[in-house]
Ligand binder design. Structure first.
Ligand code: T1G
Length: 729
């Protein structure tokens, strides 16, 4: 052994070849600051060793390296610019030394090589991969850009176009694609990886492969003619302006940095990368996006722990076919849990099976499965009109119409047909779970399981604990949802649970704005373009369904009369009465027509103005800030109230439920991150200016208390200790 660190070691193989193995004690290899330093120490040892002819890099784990340590970022990004720059400089010093070794180098790459992991393998001469490779630079998704030389080496290795595509989108590619674009030199089966790697290295050592020539382009300016450069960068900037927009500054900064660095060799290009990285790391967008990674990890970790405490459901059932039931059945079967799908009429059952088959066909078209696999998955969905097979199910979710009477009847009947230890859940979106449980003999085995539409796309499942729900019931439903590839978040019971409870005050703010004379088109525009929602409130109401929203508004008004009951007819009432149910019948606030791909396309519809005139004052112009405040305050207040009442357990879970369930703009990080960024005292000041609008704008007590001391919801993070303390090897 030439060197042994905590997370990597350097060993001798035969024929003058040394092997550097990433071997962290945790589940994955991470390039945290200590590992980068350790890599430097391993290079010290290597440089001192006589007779070295080549170096092999590999991982002892199922993945190569997943990048820099994101858990370090919140505190690292608080350090002053000069120190942050030193951190990058320190890592680049180590990677440059790896690149400059006087012997050929090769990385044997398996599984993930992301961010710093990808940058590490870009610094060596050859890359040999296994078929399970996922390699790329996801930094822009975290609001930053590659900082360990990725924006310099990748374009020089694979060309500007492919590199810009990967870096701007924060993408990773598979082995086949990586081979095609020259990001790896070969792909071999995992059991051949080490031997294959050594064979290539020996060829380089013997001079059969010219490793020096391979290295050279990475040290020089980007080889592009002026015309090529103009084309590549203009197209990339156009693409980024369209896709990322102003709310995500990192992709454009990355493209511009690569362009500016194109004329220079490695040292100056790295310096430019460093200069662009540092201000990005200090943006609120980076903080929010890193916060989302950490929250996601927290939420998934919590679900994993719960799921581990019970046996994974092996057989499931769905009550009520149709779009929702079919979507749930598909998702369960696709992820390996067979499912019985029951309905009372043949037509709905056919609709449910058609929905599942349609989704599977899409997988077939994308080449993700073959016909055999498709048939196999379909065969695990059993449509039925009666309760045949229900004696075998471990978990059942009810997805019939959103009517408490019907749901109670179906649930009580189903309880008689399933084993006493089987779990029953309801996919209601608003009706309190404890109310539905009142008709059951075993309310402890019952909870809510709220999926979002479309089931196969939306990551969130709200799991709702009723008054009598047992912990084991929650754990089984969490286990099933996780197995389905969803992110389950457990909430306590109330009308609307968490997501709809906070969504409807937002819609109520919208109704009040319309009543007071605002134009819904302008509100949509402001909430999309300025605040960053994927769709404005009018469009969202159309997607939810005006009839569904009308019903849910009534449920929320009954549940929270003092805030949600209104003493005026609103736009939703009027559209509902006019039969404009939203996207589902092509007419809502907007009008919808199918485009050439059959997707509904939204257009303005003058007919709506006449209807809305009945419930709106004559047009009044509201400023963008006014619109944002009047829309946002009711939601933020309700989110804080839910935390105070224990409906949601933590700011992290609330923010992830909002991002995954509603599409709350990720660059804000969620409602609590948004509040923390603004400052609770400033928020209270703002909200107080709108108090005259009624109880929706009353700031809850806990939030008022925080505002008094300007406290944050997330724990305060201390800046990282100066990187200069680390010995640059
Ligand atoms: N830092 C810290 N922890 C990480 C991590 C990372 N980069 N990547 C994964 N983990 C943890 C994860 O939280 C989980 O922890 C465990 O590893 C297994 O992951 C300077 C600045 C790799 C696709 O953005 O996308 O390099 O919950 O359960 O579903 O240019 O994790 O077990 O305690 O998610 O198979 C760029 C982020 C950093 C990759 C694996 N890297 N990770 O997914 O397993 S920026 C990334 C992922 C950078 C330099 C820049 C996914 C994954 P725990 P997992 P998985």
């Amino acid at each position: 052994m030439l060197y042994k660190g905590d997370t990597l070691y350097l060993d001798w193989l035969e024929d003058g070849i040394a092997e550097l193995v990433f071997d962290a004690p945790g589940p994955v290899n991470i390039l945290d600051t200590a590992t980068v330093a350790s890599l430097g120490h391993a290079l010290d040892a290597l440089e001192k060793q006589p007779g070295v002819k080549g170096l092999l890099l590999r991982s002892s784990k199922a993945a190569f390296i997943v990048g820099a340590d994101i858990t370090e970022f919140l505190s690292l990004f608080l350090v002053p610019e000069e120190q942050l720059s030193r951190w990058l400089h320190f890592a680049n010093g180590v990677f440059n030394r790896l690149e400059d070794l006087p012997v050929p180098t090769l990385a044997a790459v398996n599984g993930y090589a992301l961010g710093g992991g990808c940058e590490c393998v870009l610094a060596v001469d050859y890359r040999l991969a296994t078929p399970d490779l996922r390699i790329g630079l996801p930094e822009t998704k975290l609001g930053i850009m590659p900082g360990f030389g990725g924006s310099v080496r990748m374009p020089r290795l694979i060309g500007a176009d492919s590199a810009l595509e990967i870096i701007a989108a924060g993408k990773d590619v598979d082995a086949e694609q990586a081979l095609k674009i020259g990001l790896v030199d070969g792909v071999v089966r995992a059991e051949k990886l080490r031997d294959g790697a050594l064979a290539i290295l020996r060829q380089a050592i013997s001079g059969d492969l010219d490793w020096r020539a391979r290295r050279q382009p990475k040290l020089e300016p980007l080889r592009l003619s002026n015309i090529e450069a103009a084309m590549s960068f203009t197209i990339a900037k156009g693409m980024v302006a369209q896709t990322a927009g102003k709310h995500y500054p990192a992709p454009m900064a990355a493209v511009k940095t690569i362009e500016a660095a194109a004329r220079f060799g490695r040292e100056k290009a790295l310096q430019l990368e460093n200069q662009s990285f540092v201000p990005l790391a200090h943006t609120r967008e980076a903080r929010a996006l890193v916060g989302i990674f950490l929250n996601d990890r927290y939420v998934k970790g919590k679900a994993k722990t719960l799921a581990r405490s019970v046996e994974m459901p092996k057989q499931a059932a769905v009550l009520g076919a149709g779009i929702m039931g079919g979507g749930i059945a598909y998702q369960s079967a696709w992820k390996g849990v067979p499912v019985v799908m029951k309905d009372i009429n043949d037509k709905s059952l056919t609709l449910g099976m058609t929905e599942a088959a349609k989704l599977l066909n899409k997988q077939l078209e994308r080449g993700k499965i073959d016909g055999l696999k498709l048939a196999g998955v379909i065969s695990t969905i059993h449509p039925t009109l009666d309760y045949v097979g229900f004696e075998r199910v471990d978990v059942v979710v009810e997805a019939v119409v959103e009517n408490p009477q019907v749901k109670k009847m179906v649930l009580a009947e189903t309880e008689e047909k399933i084993r006493p230890d089987a779990v029953l859940a309801s996919n209601t979106s608003t009706i309190p779970i404890s109310e539905l449980a009142s008709v059951l003999k075993r309310p402890e085995n019952f909870c809510g399981m709220h999926f979002f539409n479309p089931v196969h796309r939306m990551p969130l499942v709200e799991v709702i604990r009723g008054e009598k729900t047992a912990d084991e019931t929650i754990a089984k439903v969490v286990a099933w949802a996780s197995q389905m590839g969803k992110t389950p978040i457990v909430v306590n019971d109330c009308p609307g649970f968490f997501v709809n409870r906070v969504l409807f005050p937002y819609f109520a703010g919208f109704s009040q704005l319309l009543r007071d004379g605002a134009d819904f088109r302008k509100i949509d525009k402001v909430m999309e373009k300025q605040f960053g929602w994927p769709m404005g409130p009018a469009w969202l109401l159309d997607v939810v369904g005006i009839d569904t929203a009308h019903h849910a508004q009534a449920v929320m008004a009954a549940g929270f009369p003092q805030r949600m009951r209104k003493d005026y007819r609103d736009a939703v009432d009027v559209l509902f009465e006019a039969g404009r149910f939203g996207q589902k019948n092509g007419l809502g606030f907007w009008r919808y027509k199918a485009d050439s791909k059959g997707k509904p396309k939204k257009e303005a519809d003058a007919a709506v103005d006449g209807l809305l005139a009945e419930v709106s004052q004559t047009g009044r112009d509201f400023s963008d800030d006014d619109i944002i405040a009047r829309m946002t305050i009711p939601m933020i207040n309700e989110v804080a109230r839910c935390l105070e009442e224990g409906i949601i357990a933590s700011p992290a879970e609330a923010d992830m439920a909002l991002v995954y369930g509603l599409g709350f703009p990720p660059f804000h990080g969620g409602a609590f991150r948004w509040l923390d960024t603004l400052g609770s005292a400033k928020y209270l000041d703002m909200a107080q200016q709108y108090q005259h609008l009624g109880p929706l704008y009353d700031v809850p007590e806990g939030l008022r208390n925080k505002a008094r001391h300007n406290e944050s919801y997330y724990p305060q993070v201390e800046p990282a200790r100066p990187v200069g303390d680390l010995k640059t090897a």
